[in-house]
Design a protein around this ligand. Structure first.
Ligand code: PMT
Length: 408
């Protein structure tokens, strides 16, 4: 499988910290995606993980010392620095970050960083107090000024028992951050704000039951991930789904259509583009029972439903600061005519119609296919992984926006 990391030559620097154990899994994840990995293990890092483990996983000898004649004869430090298409330092200790910020070259890793023109992604990992120290903050700010990319840290419980920011990001989050570095950006989306909805809504019947649908959130999450990779700022309003938040995405969790409506309308004015990918329940139960409803002797139960607000129609109807508004139409028949009707009725700029009657696409599956409709045109995007389809949809959106008017 071709990925954005296929063929990339990643020089992984591992410095001293308990998070070094995660680097073993990180190597596996990078290799799975077709990247070639070479490791530099610092003196500090070697106290937490062995070169043998890293060599076995990366399939390459591990470099440690600047002054090792054997290693230099195999691949010298300048050669190693030139070999890398990207340098990833994970974990990056406070000490290493300080040395990088000062441009030191007092070990193999810092020397390679100085001697390389490749982008550098740094994943800080340290005690929360060390991270909060103004010296560390200043060093990280210096690295950012010099175009180093910083991923994390995450906050939470630390190995030392403290709680706070300083945990290294998980391997998959670091992979996503690397992929983002490698992906071609869509200039039209760079710096723009995208507001996206995903997943189903749940409409309560009583405290233990609800009405919902089969949306997994995969399509909406793929759009959010692709938009971040394209350089956009992304807010993702999602119904209940079982998916990890893509790196760099701001996630807002909601349950019901009314909650989704409020969360979206609160943010819509500030968005340049709104994509309504959520499968929003059109109706909710008129009166939610306060207690669990009991079975009665009757064979029938009647629930009275009332209409939910139409989120996307309300966004499209905004008089001021209206975002470019893109809907989805999930249909089981008459795909084109139903989708075109929604495009007109909800006053959308674009609608992506998907046939959800096919088991291999639409709800829950990894793949999807859409036909996009706009005022005077249409485009069919064939079945493909939702991740790839998301990127193609974003490209189409940028084309349509450029055709209409510049984004504000
Ligand atoms: O989540 P997955 O498992 O990956 O599946 C993806 C998907 C099939 C859910 C997705 O591709 C999709 O089609 N989403 C829209 C589903 C839907 O609700 O379609 P609709 O035809 O009922 O609604 C049309 C549009 O109006 C949609 O943009 C919807 O978000 C929006 N809507 C609908 C009702 C409502 N009350 N408010 C809305 O904003």
């Amino acid at each position: 499988m071709q990925t954005t990391l296929s063929g990339q030559r990643i020089l992984l620097g591992i410095s001293g910290g308990i998070a070094a154990y995660k680097s073993a899994d990180l190597i596996r994840r990078l290799k799975e995606r077709g990247a070639e990995v070479r490791v530099i293990l610092t003196e500090g890092g070697s106290h937490f993980i062995t070169p043998l483990t890293l060599q076995a996983l990366s399939g390459n000898p591990v470099s440690s010392s600047l002054l090792d004649p054997a290693a230099e004869a195999a691949m010298g430090h300048i050669e190693l620095a030139k070999w890398a298409s990207c340098i990833l330092i994970a974990p990056a200790s406070a000490d290493l970050i300080a040395r990088l910020a000062h441009g030191l070259a007092n070990d193999l890793l810092t020397t390679c960083v100085l001697a390389s023109a490749a982008p550098v992604l740094v994943a800080p990992a340290m005690n929360q107090q060390m991270y909060k120290n103004s010296a560390t903050k200043h060093n990280i700010a210096t690295l950012k000024e010099r175009n180093f990319h910083i991923a994390g840290p995450a906050a939470g419980e630390q190995a030392c028992g403290d709680v706070g920011p300083g945990r290294m990001l998980e391997p998959l989050e670091l992979v996503a951050a690397l992929e983002q570095l490698q992906s071609p950006r869509l200039p039209a989306l760079s710096g723009k704000t995208l507001l996206i909805t995903a997943g189903p809504t749940r409409e309560a019947i009583d405290p233990v039951r609800f009405l919902s649908n089969h949306s997994s959130g995969k399509m909406g999450f793929a759009l959010a991930e692709a938009a971040v990779k394209a350089g956009a700022k992304v807010q993702l309003v999602t119904g209940p789904v079982n998916l990890a938040t893509p790196a760099g995405v701001e996630r807002i969790d909601v349950q019901s259509a009314q909650q989704m409506h409020a969360a979206v309308l609160q943010r819509a004015n500030a968005a340049d583009i709104f994509i309504g990918c959520a499968a929003v329940a059109d109706y909710r139960v008129a009166e939610v029972a306060g207690q669990k409803m009991k079975k009665t002797s009757s064979n029938e139960l009647t629930l009275t439903l009332v209409k939910n607000p139409d989120i996307i129609a309300d966004v499209a109807a905004l008089k001021y600061q209206r975002p470019f508004t893109v809907g989805f139409a999930a249909e089981t028949e008459n795909l084109a005519s139903y989708a075109k009707d929604k495009l007109q009725r909800k006053k959308l700029d674009l609608i992506c119609a998907n046939d959800v009657s096919k088991p291999e696409q639409g709800f829950h599956s990894e793949d999807n296919a859409i036909t996009a409709y706009w005022q005077d045109g249409e485009l069919a995007l064939p079945r493909q992984p939702k991740t790839a389809l998301a990127a193609a949809i974003l490209e189409l959106i940028t084309q349509r926006i450029q055709h209409q008017q510049p984004l504000r």
